[in-house]
Design a protein around this ligand. Sequence first.
Ligand code: GP9
Ligand code: MN
Length: 684
Amino acid sequence: MKKIKDKIKKIKDGIVNFNYKQYISTNRQFIAFVISNVINAWLLRFFTVHNYFAIKPFLADLAIVLILGSFVYLFKAKKQFTYLMILSIIFNIICIVNSLYYTYYMSFVSVSLIAVSLTVVDVGDAVIQNVLQVKDFIFLWQLIFLSVYHIHLKKKKYIEFAGPKENRKKRFTGTLICGVIIYALFFATVTSVEFSRLSKQWNREFLVTKFGVYTYQLNDLFKSLDAKFNTLFGYDNAAKEFRDYYEENTIELKNNEYTNTFDGKNLIVIHAESIQNAAINQEFNGEKVAPFFNKIKDEGIYFSNFYSQASSGTSSDSEFTFSTSLLPVTNGSVAVSYWNREYETLQRMLRDKGYNTLSFHANNGDFWNRNNLHKSLGYNTFYSKSSFKVDEENIIGLGLSDKEFFKQAVPILKKEYDENGKFMATLIMLSNHTPFDEIEKYGEFDTDIKEEVDGEIVSYPYMEDTKLGNYFKSVHYADEALGEFITALEEEGILDNTVLVIYGDHDARLPKSDYRRLYNYDKETDSTRDCEEGDDSCVIIDSNTYELLRKVPFIIYSKETKESLHTEVTDVMGMYDCMPTLGNMFGFYNKYALGHDIFDIKDNNIVVFPNGNWVTNKIYYNSQNNTWLPLKETEIEAGYIEANNLYTEKLLSASNATVVFDLIKNARETEEAESDYIEEKVID
Ligand code: GP9
Ligand code: MN
């Protein structure tokens, strides 16, 4: 006890009697290094999550910079600058990459996504044009500053603290302890919820807000390595999460008015790239942006509160969730890292019922690893870019234009319809892909406001030359392409015995400021009105209302819906509800589905997003900042949010465990072994 007391006294004396002046005058370069890197971490939060004055992330950033920086004292004076520069370059890369990533994905980068980024190299140009902004490079000031300051100090014959080895070691230990104490102080303020989120790592925005970017990135690095080890060692825990979840949540098969409605019919699925409800509902000068979508939604079963649950695997995540009713993984992408698992898929189940399964996409088959993914999902044939005739004049954005793509797909579908048995085909559209800047190829569609004044037409710019405006032009093109395709299917008689399913794969990640202009435009001043309190006509676009704008269409259309089944379903629904809903209609059942048949669950549905946010008919809940948006004027009963948060956590863990550890395969093997055992017993 006495010893500890003496030690504490020694540290206390050390702090009181420490010669700060001398420390500062012999550590200028190091201090400049620390301050500038902490400023950069703050700048990143400033431009992304907008938390300007939070102390906690500041402490965490400072601690990391001090701890890693302290090793500089183990080097001789000449090498010290090199060490500080190397660390600064790493910190700069972290800030720049995260800043870019945030603009595109509204989230922060994960080391485990590096493999994913490499497969999206083809969209590199699109991303670069679309995303690069000056603010992403502002962080570089730090490297310039540190170099200039170093030259300045050198000129002044200033020598950074070096001294004999023992002294340097002392300074190393002192700085390290200082960093550790600050980190300990920071961790003392961390709540249990924050700890739990740090260990799960899927609320990335939340983590950077609370822990700062350097701690987030370090944790992510360990988590990604840990995931690799976990695949080797974490099996038992994952298997338990899987068992527990399905014991509590297995969905019983129940009949309803749609049961077997489409049994035996062909199925054509349209993966509508980046189509949002916001575009379908929009018109300019009395003309709808998407007249065909509107026609199909009116004549079909239209789910008007439908959400994509894609994560960083975007298109491929949507394909995966639509086909399996599982969610994307929390780290990396299923298409790239976990395609080789056994999944219960819509395609395989229809194949078991005698369907031929085909997929069509005019991009390179390697993109999103589709050559492998599509086999794993259960497609017999994948018609990728090499199966299409691609001429220079038919290219829009990433590849063959949608109009030409559909035109070339129709004869293949016709042959399938006429000559073979039942089939299921997925067509993945491509033209309506960011950055929506080939407006000359989209055809005429004005997004201005035209008004007649004294017999003359006056035009106000409105959405012209904005990203959202260009997106509408692009959607108008995609809509026309879809219209031509459906007309061709009808003319060829294919729709006589075929059901068409259309989903928007995810939103188009358009700027909030453009939506503000869309909904609050003041044509007199050609500017966006600010929303004043009490002004109900003004549409507030904040981070939660923006989430609602990310809704995408889901439509089921057929001869039957056109005649009598057309309706609008307003209950919230997610991509993971497609398989169970269609399963009821086509007569198949997946007991590992995370979603529900919407006609069974109705008002009680919950859509869980891969980042832990969720939406019900009552509220949109943002788990990143623990805020919510009421969607109905009903009371939220006590414990409602906590219960849904718990469900969300269990569902995400079970989904992740299923994918990473191939647990459906294992469950099937166990079931087979058990039934063999029972059979043997009976024979005995
Ligand atoms: C690429 C296309 C678009 O082939 O499906 O993919 P996305 O960038 O939306 O994930
Ligand atoms: Mn997509």
